[in-house]
Design a protein around this ligand. Structure first.
Ligand SMILES: C[S@@+](CC[C@H](N)C(=O)[O-])C[C@H]1O[C@@H](n2cnc3c(N)ncnc32)[C@H](O)[C@@H]1O
Length: 218
């Protein structure tokens, strides 16, 4: 694991494990708005396989698989991934969805330039230091083929919670034991440096205000 907020990362992993164990289907069964958008974008680009990071219990992985994509879903919660595998089996989608434990602070497993699309809904706004975020985005760029797409959504600094959560280190905020980051446009633009911007859009998925970011590897 990279150095950074190692203790914080462990505590967050425990927190997510406990949350998924207590509340299976924590994020509901409907896909995120970002996943619906990504399915259109990936389809239009002729992409049929997706690496999903921070997939949770798999509402978006299952949606993408139902749309015909092959999905490799990763998360650092084994409990969430077990739920994902069970849902995929029940839905008859297990031939198109694989799931593997992975902490995105570690290098992404794929070899250089072997992946067509990476999707991450509400992962980058988790408890990462700025250096960890830059490293993660660099890893996504490394594994994508030239022209490959990276679509992600993150909490916006315009969200009403941005002012009310308790500020902790490095621009992170904490509420109820969960730590995350609210992104302003400057941070979105900084992380897009070196990429071909495709779509950067603020939107609402009540009660959250979010950024949806789509960039292509040059
Ligand atoms: C807000 S949830 C979003 C889950 C899913 N993308 C969705 O929209 O339903 C954030 C997810 O990121 C995962 N996560 C947080 N930090 C992670 C890390 N360092 N590596 C891998 N997964 C992580 C959590 O376990 C959790 O499933």
């Amino acid at each position: 694991m990279n150095t950074g907020h190692v203790e914080l990362a462990r505590a967050q992993q425990d927190r997510w494990e406990a949350a998924y164990a207590r509340h299976p289907q924590l994020h509901g069964s409907e896909p995120s708005e970002a996943a619906r958008w990504a399915a259109e974008a990936f389809g239009a680009a002729g992409i049929d396989d997706v690496l999903e990071l921070g997939a949770g219990h798999g509402r978006d992985a299952l949606y993408l698989a139902a749309q015909g994509f092959s999905v490799h879903a990763t998360d650092f919660s084994e409990t969430a991934l077990d739920q994902l595998r069970q849902h995929a089996q029940r839905a008859g989608l297990d031939d198109r969805v694989t799931a593997a434990l992975h902490d995105v602070r570690d290098p992404l497993p794929p070899a250089d330039a072997t992946v067509n699309a990476v999707f991450a809904n509400l992962l980058l706004n988790m408890a990462f230091s700025p250096a960890e975020l830059r490293t993660l985005v660099g890893e996504v760029q490394r594994v994508l083929r030239p022209g490959g797409l990276f679509v992600y959504a993150v909490w916006s600094a315009d969200d009403s919670c941005a002012g009310s959560w308790e500020a902790v280190d490095d621009g992170l905020s904490e509420h109820d034991g969960f730590v995350g980051r609210f992104f302003d446009r400057g941070l979105v633009d900084e992380l897009s440096t070196g990429w071909q911007p495709v779509d950067i859009t603020p939107y609402a998925e009540p009660p959250r205000r979010l950024w949806r970011v789509a960039v292509a590897k040059r």
